[in-house]
Ligand binder design. Structure first.
Ligand code: BT5
Length: 262
């Protein structure tokens, strides 16, 4: 649906940082893996890889990202920001806020779930996977991958087995999405937020992120590898980690976990 058109997309991009090179593939294992290989071939910062279908779309922690052909958006971009590896969640946050603002252009009100989900009415419409490439202990490149469910209908969601937890723009507003337009808007939003990050620093991004995050002071369930507990969500600390408060009053910094509203 709405075949991806490289020339159309490229000619409508601002390209200050992101979108300087565009690679559109018919099919791929994972756009993140493809982009990471380009990094090793010295591809420029700002390159973007998009595919019509992913055979091995990835989530965090070896999870899968369901990526049927022709319906949704699967894309990854490469950047070389001067940040430490521990600060890489900045790129996840930039991706999430750019996605929320893009969805708003389609009359969709969405919200962010820490660290990497975008939800509509508590169902996941988008996820971000940010990976890094280190050379001699220094962060050289970041690959940030964004998947957005655009035109999956309820049958497609049912057959994916995700209908309980996921949704798409089409399901939410009943209108098919022109993938070229969505991609242009998303890439240009990313470009603006990344530019603002370079000029204004990470506090600016944290503030933008927090204003699209509605879980402050709400109860959540924190699920980690070896532990699970309920707590109240408090917000981001200075490094972008999530602070929650347990029943005992003790505050805990969450570095890696799923934090879901109760
Ligand atoms: C994510 O992981 O949400 C990150 C997803 C990133 C996908 C993009 S697509 C382009 C680029 N190339 C890649 O290979 N990946 C990136 P996580 O928070 O771990 O969530 C994964 C979980 O989301 C799965 O275990 C499912 O429960 C659910 N899920 C899988 N596919 C989904 C989909 N299409 N829509 C909504 N939820 C999905």
């Amino acid at each position: 649906m709405y075949k991806l058109d490289k020339d159309l997309v490229f000619s409508n991009l601002t390209k200050n940082h992101i979108g300087r090179k565009l690679i559109i593939l018919e099919e791929v294992d994972s756009t993140n893996d493809y982009a990471m290989k380009l990094v090793n071939e010295k591809y420029v910062s700002g390159s973007v890889v998009i595919a019509d279908i992913q055979y091995a779309g990835k989530g965090r922690l070896e999870r899968k990202w369901h990526s049927p052909r022709g319906l949704n958006l699967y894309m990854s971009f490469i950047l070389s920001p001067r940040i430490k590896a521990a600060e890489v969640n900045i790129l996840t946050f930039i991706s999430s806020i750019a996605t929320v603002d893009t969805l708003a252009k389609y009359s969709i009100q969405s919200e962010i779930k820490w660290p990497n989900d975008v939800l509509i009415n508590a169902k996941k419409v988008s996820g971000v996977l940010t990976e890094i490439n280190m050379v001699k202990n220094k962060l050289e490149h970041v690959v940030a991958g964004i998947g957005v469910n655009l035109n999956m209908d309820s049958d497609a969601l049912l057959s994916s087995g995700l209908s309980e937890i996921a949704t798409s723009v089409y399901i939410e507003n009943g209108k098919p999405v022109n993938r070229n337009e969505f991609l242009i808007t998303l890439l240009n939003n990313l470009d603006v937020f990344y530019d603002n990050f370079m000029k204004l620093g990470k506090e600016y991004i944290y503030n933008q992120w927090s204003s699209r995050w509605y879980s402050r002071d709400k109860p959540v369930r924190v699920v980690m590898d070896n532990e699970q507990f309920d707590a109240i969500c408090k917000g981001l600390d200075k490094e972008g980690f999530m602070i929650v408060q347990r029943d005992s009053g003790q505050t805990v910094k969450i570095v890696s976990a799923d934090v879901s509203p109760l």
